[in-house]
Each structure stands twice: as structure tokens, then as C-alpha cells.
Design a protein around this ligand. Structure first.
Ligand SMILES: CC(C)(COP(=O)(O)OP(=O)(O)OC[C@H]1O[C@@H](n2cnc3c(N)ncnc32)[C@H](O)[C@@H]1OP(=O)(O)O)[C@@H](O)C(=O)NCCC(=O)NCCS
Length: 172
């Protein structure tokens, strides 16, 4: 199945499909930091900014004409790239996420990052397994870190993939 999946840079023509995908995944309520209801216009602006920025890479996974996944790579001023991604529920478990992670790693290196990092909910077994399979390491847990609209405080697992293992570390 994964050989049918293509990954390419997102374009302004993808904005409607990107917003639809984001709304659907947010409405699942358990995977992303964002919470429903989504302000579609605001989100469209955010995707437009992402698609046109030189500090970010916006990637889409496509099968034929269907947009089935998205990954965003943002470069921080300290040259760590952040990764966020999502795959349409009907397409999970078929290698789409893997194709996006590989493309995101390439994009992060092209942006000049020395590391790619992300945060994931502890219960997100599919995501944690996907990242581990691609060389990410679990660096720790942020305890009771993110407030949810219902008053809950969720932990988050910090994961990272270091590209530069040769520059010196701190001497102290
Ligand atoms: C996380 C996500 C992007 C993975 O995408 P995907 O297309 O399913 O990824 P792949 O098919 O390439 O790989 C998924 C891996 O998780 C495994 N997996 C799937 N469901 C699982 C589960 N419930 N428990 C453990 N592993 C699971 C698959 O077996 C596969 O691992 P393997 O190849 O070693 O067997 C996708 O599940 C998703 O979009 N989830 C909702 C949004 C989200 O969680 N985004 C990430 C936020 S950090």
C-alpha cells in the first residue's frame, strides 16, 4: 500500500483539504494538542502561512488525488526543528505516517536543523512506535503539563532525533 503514497510540498490548492483533515483529527479528541471547535478561517490562515514560509516545510501525503496526511516542520532560531503530523483515520496503519516522517527528516535537514523534536501524548502508541522506528529517542515526560478545556492536565512525552552527534557538547 505504501508504494501508492506520494509525499510532496503542500500548495495553496491543498488548503481546503488540509483544513478538513485537521478538523477531522482534532474532533477525534485524543491525538492532537488542538481542541475542538476549530476556527476554520483562522486555521486556513495558519496553513497558508505554513505553505508559504521559508522557515517551515509543509508536506502532504497523497494517494491519487486524495490528500491523506500532513506533516509540518518548523525551524526554531536555535536550529531545532519541530514536527507535527496527522494521517486521515481511514489511512492509518498503512505506511503513510512512515512516508511523512522520512520526508520530514529530509526537510528538517534541508532547513539546517541539527535535531528534529516533537511532543506526543503518552497514550498515543501508534505515534510513539512510528517515531521510535525512525530513530527518535524518548527524552522525558512533561508531567501534568497541558491543560485541557475540561480541566484535565495531560502529560506529554518529549521525543528527539539528533542529526549532529559530532559538535562538542557543554564542557560544564
Ligand atoms: C501517528 C500517525 C501519524 C501514524 O500514521 P500511520 O499512517 O498510521 O503510520 P504508519 O502506518 O507508517 O505506522 C504506524 C505504526 O504504528 C503501529 N500502530 C498502529 N496502531 C497502533 C496501536 N494502537 N498501538 C501500537 N502500535 C500501533 C503500526 O503497526 C505501525 O508500526 P509498525 O510499522 O512498526 O508495525 C497516525 O496514527 C495519526 O495521524 N494519528 C492521529 C494524529 C496523531 O496522533 N498525530 C501525531 C501527534 S504526535
Amino acid at each position: 500500500m505504501s508504494d501508492r503514497v506520494g509525499v510532496r510540498r503542500a500548495a495553496p490548492d491543498d488548503l481546503d483539504a488540509l483544513v478538513d483533515l485537521f478538523v477531522a483529527v482534532v474532533e477525534e479528541g485524543r491525538w492532537l494538542g488542538a481542541q475542538a471547535p476549530v476556527d476554520r478561517d483562522h486555521q486556513r490562515e495558519r496553513f497558508l502561512d505554513e505553505v508559504t514560509s521559508t522557515e517551515r516545510a509543509s508536506l502532504v501525503a497523497v494517494v491519487g488525488d486524495e490528500l491523506v496526511g500532513h506533516a509540518r516542520v518548523d525551524l526554531a532560531p536555535y536550529r531545532v526543528a519541530g514536527l507535527g503530523m496527522m494521517v486521515a483515520a481511514d489511512w492509518r496503519g498503512r505506511g503513510v505516517g512512515s512516508a511523512l516522517v522520512l520526508a520530514a527528516i529530509d526537510a528538517a535537514k534541508e532547513l539546517g536543523a541539527h535535531k528534529l523534536a516533537l511532543q506526543v501524548w503518552p497514550h498515543n502508541d501508534a505515534a510513539r512506535r512510528l517515531y521510535l522506528r525512525h530513530g527518535f529517542v524518548e527524552e522525558g515526560t512533561l508531567r501534568r503539563h497541558y491543560p485541557r478545556r475540561n480541566g484535565e492536565l495531560w502529560d506529554a512525552v518529549v521525543m528527539g532525533l539528533v542529526f549532529d552527534e559530532t559538535s562538542p557538547g557543554s564542557p560544564y
